[in-house]
Design a protein around this ligand. Structure first.
Ligand SMILES: [Zn+2]
Length: 82
């Protein structure tokens, strides 16, 4: 019996060492600094917790993580139901 256990040399794909572009393109657009105060432009998901921002869908926010939808509360059109 001939041993056919030819070990194929693993082709380790060399990861290209790409130079990281120094572009601060991250969560910076999610925040808005105003008067030295950081204002969250988007709400965070109540289910997933902080860090999971919800997408703006016009009249509602939707979490792309769990699908949680939260309708915007129109602060200007407060229903006078007290
Ligand atoms: Zn979520």
């Amino acid at each position: 019996m001939a041993e056919n256990s030819q070990k194929k040399p693993r082709e380790d794909k060399e990861e290209k060492t790409e130079k990281k572009k120094k572009k601060e393109k991250g969560v910076s657009f999610l925040y808005k600094t105003e008067n030295e105060q950081i204002t969250r432009l988007r709400p965070t998901c109540e289910r997933c917790g902080l860090g999971y921002f919800m997408g703006d869908h016009g009249d509602r926010y939707t979490c792309g993580h769990c699908g949680f939808t939260r309708y915007k509360v129109a602060s200007e059109n407060k229903n006078k139901h007290v």
